[in-house]
Design a protein around this ligand. Sequence first.
Ligand code: ATP
Ligand code: MG
Length: 421
Amino acid sequence: MASLQPVRGMHDLLPLEFQKHSLIIEAARQLAATYGFAEMATPLMEFKEVFKRTLGDVSDIVSKEMYEIADRGGEDIVLRPEGTAGVARAIISEGLTQSMPLKFFYAGPMFRYERPQKGRLRQLHQIGVELFGVVDPLGDVEVISLAFDTLKALGLTHRVTLEINTLGDDESRKQYRNQLVTYLKDHHHKLSSDSQARLDRNPLRILDTKDEGDKKILEGAPLLSESLNPASQEVFAKIQEGLTLLNIPFKVNPHLVRGLDYYCHIAFEVTTTDLGSQGTVLAGGRYDGLMATMGGPSIPGVGWAGGIDRLAMMLHEDQLPAPKSPLAIIPMEERFDFQGLELAQRLREQGFVVEMTYGGGLGKRLKKANKMKARYALILGEEEVASHKVTCKDLESGDQIQLAVDQLGAFLRDKKPEGGE
Ligand code: ATP
Ligand code: MG
């Protein structure tokens, strides 16, 4: 029945998948904290205007990927497709513009109406950072270094490539745009229809084309790097120097661009060949014009967003922490249930993982204890309860020993260090 399926492109995160997501978020969260980035969250919904202003009407996201919600009050609301615009909106609406710099980390779901395929979901999940209020290219280096550290913590650096490029400052970009448009107009009839449409509205985006014919034409196009004024060259050089100093390997890809006017200087992507055509796992850049585009003061910004779903596809199960083996509580009769419940609580307070076995006699419950991969079963019968003791059965060796409840914690910790704190 169709209605019992999840919505197309939206997936359940069952425990194994959820653990991978958690591992990624936790690695990024901890590292972000070491750089002084504070975690924040914006609502899952925003006014459509927030994204229209920042991403622009012609962006893929605004023109065709937005989830629009029919709000009962008639407001134009959308499910957020990305994180930066909401953070910028929050900085303005929360009145944070006086206290620069601002350093934020976030993690959460985003929604885009895309054609679902491997690595391309309609509910996707991102981690991301934003650094506002810093023009110094050292800020760019730190932001990229944080991305790299996160990939390192996940053991992925040898499977990915960091590509960087510069869009230069406004002057360099304007000059380049004119050169590019002049060149592409000569090849107008051979361009894909998408690129033809972009030629007037968003010519830099054409550099980012996936169309093979367009790519051929672009091979002969002038390069942005040749239009950079000295100031822009200096900025890019400092970033490269910083990355080299920190032993962060990178490749300069002169075709890497961001199509919107508020992007400048650094643009970067982390890609992998392990995931087929959905190979970009993280992307970022500098957006000095974004806050002004939103209607706020002119505050520079740089940041990135990483795709958790794609990163999770790169993780192996053996990278996940092994689950702690539980202690299984077995009351021999119903009248000892509450003693079992109390014992479980007491041991959990000491940091042990404890599970109750429900239903059946001793044999059945021992089977359940084995199934939950318990190392010890803690059995409570008449004799044990009367003498404040517990029978502790080693499920590997079959040995059993009676212990006073008070000594149980110490005994189990001693036997099995990973069982308790
Ligand atoms: P793409 O070119 O793959 O569409 P994008 O430019 O739209 O990517 P960004 O908006 O820069 O992507 O988002 C940052 C990261 O989020 C991407 O590099 C990718 O890892 C992830 N991502 C983006 N869209 C999706 C999606 N639909 N499903 C899963 N992950 C996604
Ligand atoms: Mg996209």
